[in-house]
Design a protein. Sequence first.
Length: 349
Amino acid sequence: MPLIEVNQVRKVFETTVRRKGRFGMLSSLISPEKREVVAVEGISFSIEKGESVAYLGPNGAGKSTTIKMLTGILEPSGGSILVAGIPPHKNRKLSSYQVGVVFGQRSQLLFDLPVKDSYDLLRYMYSISWENYNRNLQEFTEILEVEHLLERPVRTLSLGQRMRCEILAALLHDPDILFLDEPTIGLDVVAKERIRAFIEKINREKGVTLLLTTHDMNDIERLCHRTMIIDKGQLIYDGSLQYIKDNFATERQIRAVFHEPYTAEAAAKVFANKLGVSVQVEELVLRITYDQNLTDTSELLKLLLDKYNPRDLTMQDESVDALISRIYREGLEGSPKKQRQLTLEGAVN
Ligand SMILES: Nc1ncnc2c1ncn2[C@@H]1O[C@H](COP(=O)(O)OP(=O)(O)OP(=O)(O)O)[C@@H](O)[C@H]1O
């Protein structure tokens, strides 16, 4: 049986529209105009124990709303959710024993008190035995390198230090599942890497199931074997990131450095006329961006080498960041590969 089961879940928020004009506020108070926002629209998925899943989507897609429903903070407007066999919104307390949550933008630590006081409170709230509490505290403080922070008031910690303390707080009660909403947001490269290493370890060694929302593609490449993409409240992809890369990353860039600026200019004019190719020139450097499905790499390279004799050549595939942004913009239907298939089908007919 899957550890998390989400079946045709919807969430509709009702908001009040503020009227414009001098008396708008008064009129809104007397007869408020209501509007519905559909944040999540019939989503279904299941997650097995030990999986590490990325939950991606552009701003406002419905990621946080889904996590809030999975943790019981919000009640679904329709459909059903079971987390470790429990509907979270109906039995939030029982469900919380199985689940740890980290919200990158919000804290579950008490701001004015030392970090350790929040941990003691969590021990009490979750009725964690002293033995388990002391064992987890010792193990996690060591790995996360936060021993020296335990007596410091939370408000005095840097963002990176606080995030490490937050993650520790979420795991003190040995949950089977960890929901992470943007756990590396705003952190520097070193702090991000530290947190990723820890999350990866608890998934691998303790079998903690992960569901993670992020806008940082390095989080996913490092941590998640499965990626779900949500857009406008609907699940548009559920599979591996590798599949997306293999099937949708069709853009590539060639960077050529020439001996003379006018050679770069001349080459740019020639390549700009090719189908699916765009060019950029900066002094000696020419960047050719092209769709591998429309233009053969060997053809471009041959032309460059034979005719323009560049000093240096490098090639770069479309970054995962750029790829995912393109999917957000154009959807999976808009991928060059799909377009090409459509074109070919069109040609056959
Ligand atoms: N309490 C609320 N009341 C009304 N609308 C809401 C509420 N919470 C979220 N929404 C709306 O629901 C939609 C989904 O929001 P949600 O926060 O789930 O998106 P998200 O994918 O987490 O975005 P982001 O990446 O920006 O955090 C948005 O249109 C948002 O404005």
